[in-house]
Design a protein around this ligand. Structure first.
Ligand code: AHR
Length: 500
């Protein structure tokens, strides 16, 4: 019989709420239509932000939002997006779909959105095509409260008080769309640019994110860490709070990618196996970081993760619009469990992307909005935010798979907060119901306070005609046993149990 053994006395790191963060880029219908419709839209909005989307994201307990990109960030010139909207520059979004970007969503709008969401802010600066001065002035514009040209400009544009930048990314993918740099060159640029990301308010320090590797580019991590940590003067402390990592799952590889909805058992297991690869990536990048930062002062920010499939037929290939099935729910569950278990190093992560792009939690069509299976998983997992990771281990759990792709049948993580234990458990099999005994060290009489599940046939997804095909439901497959709990996990399911 498969077992899940838990020890609540064996506390690990606190799970940073920011691991449950999101990413919004000026890409396709993420910002425009998805989040921002403008004050004059017929779609209900508050200061231009869609009310339905904001309410759904708040209900999911979104902790953090990254903006404006992505590749867009290294072409973004922030002064184009402030002041009178009628006079803002119009331009072509050369990266994404060749459509007109009218800059109506800019700095003020981003902070207004985060205010409505009640979430932390992660602003990504431009290293690839911007200057140190431009980046430095943006930080001054956003956060300085005294008399200065940029602070005065912000006030003249209608915002008296400075905003809070919780995280600031110094460039994005500078090994690629952010300037095609070598690790050593980027690291020197990072050292220079971050110097001028001034900390104007000591009460609200900005955490700086250094641009990290793509997938398994360990050479990049080594080169960046070595160069950044070479001759670090004392006053330089805090020069790097996080190092990023980007990893997307493409079942059929980068060129072909693969359909979001049409796949067989083998591709199911291939996708889940590729999602589990995240664990090895974190292990190995972290081991390199340990050489320079053994105390783990620098966290990993997986600020782009998720499934990247072939776009939905008939949609603009540059908009990266894809559907979201039960397979995405499993990839979300597995990945979030991996982040939880690596909470000692992973301190921030952003699903790519929040609305209408890649593994989105929300899809919109005009005034209609649906929540995807990934939304429901992220909402279920919200109880892990800020909780203590605790020891958990599976016993007597075999592997399953098809062709060359094998995965463990069950995948989990467990945390504790305010005396309540949250266990999230994924059944990765396509067709096997799994009985699992849950044993909590030192306690036999367990009381379940909440239990829910996301499951359906593996291809199932929500549409605008049938928006509730895959949703979070009450989980009935859990009962008390003599020495803990007995759980029956349906195939292709993500389960969340809370007990004490
Ligand atoms: O999320 C889509 C793109 O993927 C981002 O703009 C870029 O950073 C990454 O390559």
């Amino acid at each position: 019989m498969a077992k899940l053994v838990i020890n609540a006395d064996d506390k690990k790191a606190v799970i940073s709420p920011e691991i449950y963060g999101h990413f919004s880029e000026h890409l396709g219908r993420c910002i425009y239509e998805g989040l921002y419709v403008g004050e004059n839209s017929d779609i209900p909005n508050v200061n231009g932000m869609r009310t339905d989307v904001v309410e759904a994201l708040k209900d999911m307990q979104i902790p953090l939002l990254r903006w404006p990109g992505g590749c867009f960030a290294d072409e973004y010139h922030w002064k184009d997006g402030i002041g009178d909207k009628a006079k803002r520059k119009k331009m072509i979004n050369t990266h994404w779909g060749g459509v007109v970007e009218d800059n109506s969503f800019g700095t003020h709008e981003f902070f207004e959105l985060c205010r409505q969401l009640g979430c932390k802010t992660y602003v990504n600066g431009n290293v690839g095509s911007g200057s140190v001065q431009e980046m430095s002035e943006w930080v001054e514009y956003m956060t300085f409260n005294g008399v200065s040209p940029m602070s005065d400009l912000r006030k003249a544009n209608g915002h008296e008080e400075p905003w809070t930048i919780d995280y600031f990314g110094v460039g994005n993918e500078n090994w690629g769309c952010g300037g095609n740099m070598t690790p050593e060159h980027y690291a020197n640029e990072y050292r220079r640019y971050q110097t001028y990301v001034r900390q104007y308010d000591p009460e609200k320090p900005i955490k700086k994110v250094c641009g990290g590797a793509n997938v398994d580019d360990y050479h990049w991590t080594e080169g960046v860490m070595k160069t950044c940590f070479d001759h670090v003067p004392e006053q330089f402390h805090g020069f790097m709070d996080l190092l990023s990592l980007h990893y997307y799952v493409h079942p059929e590889g980068w060129e072909i990618k693969g359909s979001a909805t049409d796949f067989d058992d083998e591709v199911w297991y291939k996708t889940l196996a590729k999602a589990i690869h995240m664990d090895e990536l974190l292990e190995r990048h972290s081991a390199i970081m340990d050489q320079y930062d053994p105390e783990k002062k620098v966290g990993i920010s997986v600020d782009e993760w998720g499934n990247w499939f072939t776009v939905e037929p008939g949609t603009n290939p540059g908009f990266l619009y894809q559907q979201n099935t039960v397979r995405d729910a499993l990839v979300a569950g597995i990945t979030l469990d991996i982040f939880n278990k690596r909470a000692d190093r992973v301190r921030l992560a952003c699903l790519a992307q929040m609305v209408n792009v890649l593994q989105a939690v929300i899809l919109t069509d005009g005034e209609k909005m649906i929540k995807t299976p990934t939304y429901h998983v992220m909402r279920m997992y919200r109880h892990h935010q800020g909780a203590n990771l605790i020891y958990s281990a599976l016993a007597d759990v075999n592997e399953t798979g098809k062709g060359e792709w094998n995965v463990p049948k069950v995948h989990e993580s467990v945390s504790e907060k305010d005396g309540i234990i949250t266990a999230t458990i994924n059944n990765l099999t396509v067709d096997e119901t799994i009985d699992l005994d849950i044993i909590l060290a030192g306690k036999r009489d367990l009381e379940v306070v909440e239990a829910s599940i996301v499951t359906e046939e593996m291809h199932a997804y929500n549409t605008f005609e049938e928006p509730e095909k895959v949703i979070e439901k009450k989980f009935e497959g859990c009962s008390k046993a003599e020495d803990g709990l007995k759980v029956t996990l349906p195939p292709a399911s993500v389960v969340m149990l809370r007990f004490k």
